[in-house]
Design a protein around this ligand. Structure first.
Ligand code: CP
Length: 480
């Protein structure tokens, strides 16, 4: 029973084989929609949508109804006891005792992981802030597969708000895993966050190529766009044909153009929002006249605002309403598999291995710098300890276990201060050699010198950075 009792929090929770098997089950369910009614009889799905939704909420609710189950729902935080200060963990425990499965959308990044950690029943992420939206990715891939039979080797351009768009964040990891070439076409100021690029390169074998739009032969990729090409490691087209230039590759055509709206609700400052809105690129008939878009699938998770012209709705390349419709069979297949009423049999287990990073967790010290992270928002309530993966030691780089935001903290210390003498409690710059010398289990990480000072640590010789010399080496053993 490949998926029974599991949760879907990020797209990494599914292997390639499991995704393929879900698509086969979705095909089977589409072909005999009327025969699925008995599958989930007696099962209850909790549908919790604490951000607006039309497609995701209603297609999940349609899916459980079509499987013969029923729904309990909450669509406003203010109408729940979260508004009285209840923790997400307590809410999850309680709802997990009422329902057989929970579908949740929440504005805080990482909130769905907390629900999955505490609910005791399968939990599906229906969108957590700007982090991920894995079921949208499943229906996006399903749509592409229906049109092109495969994902591997396709050139897929992601367009618009690549900074806050959760649909594109899930999609780019899935595309990389499945062997597509990804072209990033962000609106200026809304580029893919560096920590996501780093993950694509280090864990998915992506290779990054900067696309010089100003000097490109492909004139109609708008020159305002800063495009980056990600090609998964092995095997991929450009690596196998090193003499082929990126521009020539693009001229051969883009297989899908995935357009997204500006996620204004997540723009940090009004300046960022105003500038981004003014320069936000529009996809219209004129753009799509160019030969590289001749056979391109035009995709959008919807809702759209002004970035996708209505004149394209009758164009046979447009897939966005089909995408929305395919959400029902895909979500039926997922619910039935997680509840164990249908078994999927993945034919292959070819996902990238999960990278085993050391975990950092402490009551005090460094906090996730992402203000939208659940670990920041729930700090008033003491149950949720910040947790990070140490993804790199040089420079020291942490990834939040909840929102997956990556960052480079500034100061470190060791729990094993010199010979136990409190006066010897020293902190160092995270740039110094101490980052590699202190064992992960002894590491203490601070956001600032004042935070280190507040916990009784004094600056070491290395607090301002690495000035390692022959003489210094002698001092090191005493400084820890
Ligand atoms: N694509 C999508 O998530 O749409 P909704 O916000 O309407 O659910």
């Amino acid at each position: 029973m490949a998926l029974v009792n599991r949760s879907l929090v990020t797209i990494d929770d599914l292997s390639n084989g499991e995704m393929e098997a879900l698509f086969s089950l979705a095909d089977e369910m589409s072909d005999s929609m009327g025969k699925q009614l008995g599958l989930c009889r007696g099962k209850v799905m909790a549908s919790l949508f604490f951000e607006p939704s039309t497609r995701t909420r209603l297609s999940f609710e349609t899916a459980i109804h079509r499987l013969g189950g029923s729904v309990v729902t909450a669509v406003d935080v203010k109408a729940t006891s979260l508004a009285k200060g209840e923790s997400i963990a307590d809410m999850a425990r309680v709802i997990g005792s009422y329902a057989d499965i929970i579908v949740i959308r929440h504005p805080w990044e990482g909130a769905v992981k907390v629900v999955a950690d505490y609910a005791g029943v399968p939990v599906i992420n229906a969108g957590d802030g700007g982090h991920q939206h894995p079921t949208q990715t499943l229906l996006d891939l399903y749509t592409i597969k229906k049109a092109r039979q495969t994902i591997k080797g396709l050139k897929i351009a992601l367009w618009g708000d690549l900074k806050y768009g959760r649909t594109v964040h899930s999609l780019m990891f899935a595309l990389a895993k499945l062997g597509a070439d990804i072209l990033f076409c962000p609106s200026p100021g809304l580029e893919v966050p560096q920590h996501i690029i780093d993950k694509l390169v280090t864990e998915y074998g992506g290779e990054l190529e900067k696309y010089d739009a100003a000097n490109s032969a492909v004139k109609k990729m708008p020159s305002t766009l800063d495009a980056i090409y990600i090609t998964p490691g092995s095997p991929h087209q450009l690596a196998m044909m090193p003499n082929l230039s990126l521009q020539v590759e693009l001229e051969k055509g883009v297989d899908a153009l995935y357009v997204t709206r500006p996620q204004k609700e997540r723009f940090a400052a009004s300046k960022e929002g105003k500038e981004s809105e003014e320069r936000y690129p529009v996809v219209d008939k004129k753009l799509l006249k160019e030969k590289e878009f001749k056979k391109t699938l035009i995709m959008h998770p919807l809702p759209r605002v002004d970035e996708l012209a209505y004149e394209l709705d009758t164009d046979p390349r447009s897939m966005y309403f089909k995408q929305a419709a395919l959400g029902v069979p895909v979500r039926m297949a997922l619910i039935a598999s997680l509840l164990g009423v249908k078994e999927i049999s993945p034919a292959q287990e070819d996902s990238l291995p999960q990278t085993d990073y050391p975990v950092y967790q402490r009551e005090y010290g460094v906090r996730c710098p992402n203000p939208r992270c659940v670990s920041v928002q729930e700090t008033e309530i003491k149950y949720l300890k910040p947790e990070f993966k140490i993804v790199k030691s040089r420079p020291l780089t942490l990834r939040c276990a909840y929102c997956e935001h990556g960052f480079e903290p500034k100061y470190i210390a060791s729990t094993e201060w010199h010979e136990g003498i409190l006066a010897e409690k020293k902190y160092h710059s995270a740039d110094s050699h101490w980052t590699r010398k202190i064992k992960p289990e002894n590491l203490i990480i601070f956001d600032s010198e004042s935070d280190a000072g507040a916990h009784g640590f004094k600056p070491s010789h290395y607090a301002k950075g690495e000035h390692e010399t022959g003489d210094d080496r002698g001092k090191m053993s005493k400084e820890q």
